[in-house]
Design a protein around this ligand. Structure first.
Ligand code: 5GP
Ligand code: ZN
Length: 113
């Protein structure tokens, strides 16, 4: 079966796109956990954080730059936002294509659930 986020990146499956460049795609989460909940994914398929290779280092850094840009564009940079990366089942990973959750627009609690 085709990977869901690869399908979204290739626009074979619809999403509410918010940002795109050569390496990264970002779209609204379909089940938002905060007023702003955006997923930032590498266009390259990488299953989990454990599968990140040295050759992906620049790509991963770029994902954080994109997250910063989107946070600023959405007006949540100054107040604060949360970036989440779930790795494997016990952490709550359900889609096995690396994605950075960008959450904001409300007060975040700690520790996370
Ligand atoms: P994970 O649980 O793997 O860290 O995050 C997967 C996220 O993908 C969840 O927050 C879930 O709501 C979101 N998601 C699952 N299927 C879809 C979909 O078809 N479209 C969008 N936009 N988000 C999805
Ligand atoms: Zn994929």
């Amino acid at each position: 079966m085709q990977c869901l986020f690869c399908s979204i990146v290739e626009k074979k499956f619809p999403s509410k796109e918010i940002y795109e460049d050569k390496k990264v795609f970002a779209f609204h989460d379909v089940r938002p956990q905060a007023p702003i909940h955006i997923l930032i994914v590498p266009k390259k398929h990488v299953s989990t954080v454990l599968d990140i290779e040295t050759a992906d280092n620049e790509l991963m850094g770029h994902m954080f730059q994109v997250a910063n840009k989107i946070a600023r564009d959405q007006g949540i940079a100054e107040k604060g936002f949360r970036l989440v990366l779930n790795c494997n089942r016990q952490a709550g990973q359900t889609v096995f294509h690396v994605h950075l959750h960008l959450l904001g627009g409300r007060l975040m609690k700690w520790p996370p659930g």
